[in-house]
Design a protein around this ligand. Structure first.
Ligand SMILES: [Zn+2]
Length: 129
């Protein structure tokens, strides 16, 4: 079985053909999809039933922080608590821990990431890389 460990099927770009994309992936032998959300706006889409051959993660990616509502981290913490017992919720992410953007290494971004890591303590079985 193939596993797509990082597919953004929660993105609005897939609204028109998400089911077809999933069907093509399954036909190609992909048995599991890991859908990491990047903004609170896509949390619900990441866990939609039609993606039930997928598991999901909830997170806020640093690339989108400037466009986030002020309560985005609170929304993340709330969603992690609300869906904590959902067996398809497998991780916190994505939250940009890879640090591939050089400016994320400055102290301000490190402090922001520290805040984003805090919701990871919402329950056992969730961990930030
Ligand atoms: Zn990603």
């Amino acid at each position: 079985m193939w596993i797509d460990s990082h597919c953004h099927l929660d993105a609005p770009e897939f609204d028109a053909d998400r089911a077809e994309v999933i069907a093509r992936a399954r036909a190609a032998g992909v048995g599991l999809l890991v859908i990491p959300s990047v903004t609170p706006a896509t949390f619900a889409t990441a866990r939609e039933p039609q993606q039930c051959n997928g598991v999901y993660a909830l997170g806020i990616h640093p690339l989108y922080v400037d466009a986030m509502p002020m309560d985005a981290v609170a929304q993340l913490a709330d969603a992690l608590q609300r869906w904590h017992d959902d067996p398809r919720l497998v991780a916190v992410g994505e939250i940009g821990m890879d640090g591939f953007v050089p400016q994320w290494q400055d102290p301000g971004h490190r402090a922001a990431r520290k805040h984003l890591r805090r919701p990871a303590g919402a329950g056992p079985g969730m961990a930030c890389p």
